[in-house]
Design a protein around this ligand. Structure first.
Ligand code: AMP
Length: 144
């Protein structure tokens, strides 16, 4: 059964992050530059929160806060739901669905070792389906 580790092996373990005292403008610029929808919030190297594009929408724009003066720590979610490298993809898909979140930091022995998004899960599933179709087509055509 495929696990988070399989995705990280292809994607890598680097996680884009920002500090608690970063501004919302800085967070938006980072997400934009890297074409990502979330940032891990670090405090002295430790994961202390997560901020996503949804937070920029609901907690900054809709509340008419100034992105230049609003700090990440005032907008982030501090109770972070995480997964482990050995978590199965079905498990993490279930967590994202039930909690209505699209990003899961990956923790191994207390260390942040990656981040899985719903986009990563969907890309993995698409690849899997394409491989299955390929094998079935070959079987039907009598090549396997
Ligand atoms: P998302 O769907 O991932 O953009 O996030 C929706 C909301 O859930 C936002 O308020 C995020 O801050 C929060 N959120 C996203 N991922 C997590 C997570 N892994 N743990 C806790 N909250 C999260």
């Amino acid at each position: 059964m495929a696990t988070v580790h399989d995705i990280l092996a292809a994607k890598g373990s680097h996680v884009q992050s920002i500090g608690l005292r970063g501004t919302i403008l800085e967070a938006a610029l980072l997400m934009n530059e890297h074409k990502i929808g979330s940032l891990a919030v670090l405090d002295g190297g430790d994961l202390t929160g997560i901020i996503t594009e949804r937070d920029l929408l609901t907690r900054v724009i809709v509340e008419r806060r100034d992105p230049v003066s609003t700090l990440v720590e005032d907008v982030m979610t501090s109770e972070v739901v995480c997964c482990r490298p050995e978590s199965t993809l079905e498990e993490v898909r279930g967590v994202m669905k039930n909690r209505r979140i699209r990003h899961l930091p990956v923790i191994d022995e207390g260390r942040l070792v990656g981040l899985i998004s719903i986009g990563d899960l969907n890309a993995h599933r698409t690849q899997d389906c394409e491989a299955t179709i390929h094998v079935m087509e070959a079987y039907i055509a009598g090549r396997a």
